[in-house]
Write a protein that binds this ligand. Structure first.
Ligand SMILES: Cc1ncc(C[n+]2csc(CCOP(=O)(O)OP(=O)(O)O)c2C)c(N)n1
Length: 338
């Protein structure tokens, strides 16, 4: 059952201001990646996080920096940015350049930053849940009190491997949180066409895992729920399943140009009324945390910063052809490998 909300994890005004900076930055960053894609500067697939920003921001703030672990699927630009990765190296990876976090050989879907505890960036739907379960096992085995957050989509919540992971995580008391981001679609397939039980939070119940459904669009509420759950998992070393309700504003990937095949304009417009950015702006104004002028200044500053990031990433060369067989199976990329 969904839990009653507590107010013991309320974001401070300083945190709300930081959330705003992060959200504006991620929005501009993702818009720039879309621009890069349209310029033909991004090879392969690319999936942006526009509209879903409150989820990654709230959850990131609930984690212990430089300690807890995070793993994501292929919608993986915001998590490393929030965890301290060099944004130029993130953008360069998306553009397939040697200055990228995976040396330009992973691309948008395979961003990876071990020094900052971000473990990818995975393209096989649902497959990474097994890796995240393994990470949580490793932390427990070493006697650390790290929490592992594993983001997965609503589509991935149907993958068989996920059910195996729920079983093992519960059986072995692993401190892993499966954050199912229910953005209502798996590519062009609407939730009701792919999930027999649309209440995805219930996935954990047969495995005796505490499970609930929470909001993913109001960053202050996301933070409150996330920090409550993270604290519990750290204390109990029991896994959690959390269905976070959000919505992707763009197509599935940058190449999805025909959203009208699976959703109407009216439906999109209604969902966009839940946009986390104006929602946060309204909160900051209501709480007198920030003026409209200050927000505009942050917006401008962030836009300029992203322009510079893009220029720097674009100046990074493509990987050397001689490296093509390196780091495929056996080579370990050095810790500060970029
Ligand atoms: C095992 C596997 N099957 C199919 C695909 C093709 N595929 C790529 S994305 C996707 C949809 C996943 O949707 P969801 O998990 O809801 O994530 P979202 O895109 O909404 O973030 C599918 C089926 C894949 N990458 N891997």
């Amino acid at each position: 059952m969904a839990k009653a909300k507590t107010d013991s994890h309320v974001a401070t005004n300083k945190q709300l201001e930081e959330f705003y900076r992060q959200m504006v930055f991620i929005r501009h960053f993702e818009e720039k990646t879309n621009f890069a894609y349209r310029q033909g500067k991004v090879g392969g697939y690319m999936h942006v996080y526009i509209g879903m920003e409150a989820t990654a921001i709230g959850w990131n703030a609930a984690l212990k920096k430089n300690w807890d672990y995070v793993m994501a699927a292929y919608r993986d630009h915001p998590q490393p940015l929030l965890m301290g990765s060099d944004p130029v190296a993130v953008m360069a990876e998306i553009m397939g350049r040697s200055g990228g976090l995976s040396r330009g050989k992973g691309g948008s879907m395979h961003i990876y930053d071990i020094p900052n505890n971000f473990f990818g960036g995975w393209g096989i739907v649902g497959g990474h849940t097994a890796l995240a379960t393994g990470l949580a096992f490793a932390t427990k085995y070493r006697g650390e009190d790290r929490v592992t957050v594993c983001y997965l989509g609503d589509g991935a919540a149907n993958a068989g491997v996920f059910f195996e992971c729920l079983n093992m995580a519960s059986l072995w008391d692993l401190p892993v949180i499966f954050v199912i981001e229910n953005n209502e679609f798996a590519m062009g397939t609407r939730l009701e066409y792919h999930a027999a039980d649309k209440e995805l939070w219930k996935r954990g119940l047969p495995f005796d895992i505490e499970s609930e459904r929470v909001d993913g669009m109001d960053v202050s509420q996301v933070y409150a729920d996330a920090s409550r759950i993270v604290d519990r998992v750290r204390k109990t070393s029991r896994p959690a399943v959390v269905e976070v309700m959000n919505y992707r504003f763009e197509g599935h990937g940058a190449a999805d140009n025909d959203r009208r095949l699976y959703r109407t304009r009216e439906e999109e417009e209604a969902a966009m009324k839940r946009d986390p950015l104006p929602k946060l702006e309204a909160l900051l104004l209501a709480k007198n945390v920030m003026t409209k002028e200050k927000m505009e200044a942050i917006d401008e500053e962030s836009r300029a910063q992203v322009d510079e990031i893009y220029q720097k990433a674009d100046a990074s060369p493509f990987p050397d052809l001689g490296e093509v067989y390196e780091h495929v199976y056996t080579d370990i990329v050095p810790e500060k490998g970029h």
